[in-house]
Design a protein around this ligand. Structure first.
Ligand code: FAD
Length: 116
């Protein structure tokens, strides 16, 4: 773990980016407007072009070519993103995340209220 104030390494950048993406998906509307859909699609498609880890960006680009982003609503988008994150987890030898738990992890917190 690099000291505070250092530029992000691939791990820190990844955690920050997943946090942003999953949280944004968790609060994406259930019935997005065409403008919201178009902007979400642009956000996701920007990553392969701009994400500052070139091999991550390239693999993510291939992943979203094979699995087109589902920007139809928050539940579908959260699920789609969870699956893409699981592909990266798998590639890195990390555990798969149970996608039934995305809302608990990124929106509602656990039922025991321990995050309130
Ligand atoms: P992270 O994988 O960063 O996850 C953060 C938290 O998200 C976890 O603690 C967990 O609570 C939750 N979580 C885990 N899986 C899911 C899921 N499927 N759905 C919802 N929530 C979940 N690193 C590389 O070394 N090589 C790569 O090619 C690479 N590609 C990447 C591509 C993208 C688009 C992004 C955003 C990151 C990429 N990374 C890559 C970084 C990598 O995914 C991790 O972020 C990094 O290794 C830190 O991992 P972590 O174990 O701290 O948890």
């Amino acid at each position: 773990e690099p000291p505070p104030g250092c530029p992000p390494d691939v791990e820190q950048l990844g955690r920050a980016t997943w946090t942003f993406l999953h949280a944004t998906a968790a609060y994406y509307p259930e019935k997005p407007t065409p403008t919201q859909r178009a902007n979400m699609l642009m956000l996701l498609k920007s990553l392969p072009v701009l994400y500052p880890c070139t091999w991550c960006a390239q693999d993510f680009g291939e992943s979203i070519e094979e699995n087109k982003p589902d920007v139809s609503g928050r539940v579908a988008l959260s699920r789609w993103l969870c699956e893409r994150h699981n592909e990266v987890n798998e590639k890195l030898g990390k555990e798969r995340f149970d996608c039934a738990k995305v809302d608990e992890r990124w929106k509602d917190g656990p039922p025991d209220g321990s995050c309130d």
